[in-house]
Design a protein. Sequence first.
Length: 176
Amino acid sequence: MSINKVILVGNVGKDPVIRYFDKGVAKASFPLATSETYTNQQGETITSTEWHNIVLWRALAEVAEKTIKKGAQVYLVGKIKTRSYADKDGINKYITEILADTLLLLEKKPASAGTSSQAGSGKTETYERASSDSGVNESSATYHTGKDIDGGDDSATDNFQKNGPGNIQNEDDLPF
């Protein structure tokens, strides 16, 4: 048994580049930065940033075109894919990409006057690639808009807030 699953929470480095292919199939791609902060032996705080190439297809790409902007914080679930190509000089190049099938937009809640500042998201939107039994990706996607987390109206975002990003989906919803 083998599993190829990636979960990332990071910031979008550039607005998505959208391309349309035959039969209206859309592809969105953008860089995503994830950062890790630690303190070294000298007591200095070090931040290490890793960049990931994100690829979204079909309806998920169309959603990204309308909703994702540079600087946005997103939660992604997908798989790692490495591909190769020959450059203009005939030299083989390799690129590693994350093919995302779930996208959760995380928006920071603006601090208002007279309210204590709290870390967390005020609004989230979840998008997932639709799957079919035939193995062909349909061009429809599930769309979910979360309510205010503090109000507790949205079970998926509440679950994310309380239990972390790994517990958003039910076991029955997993693609494997």
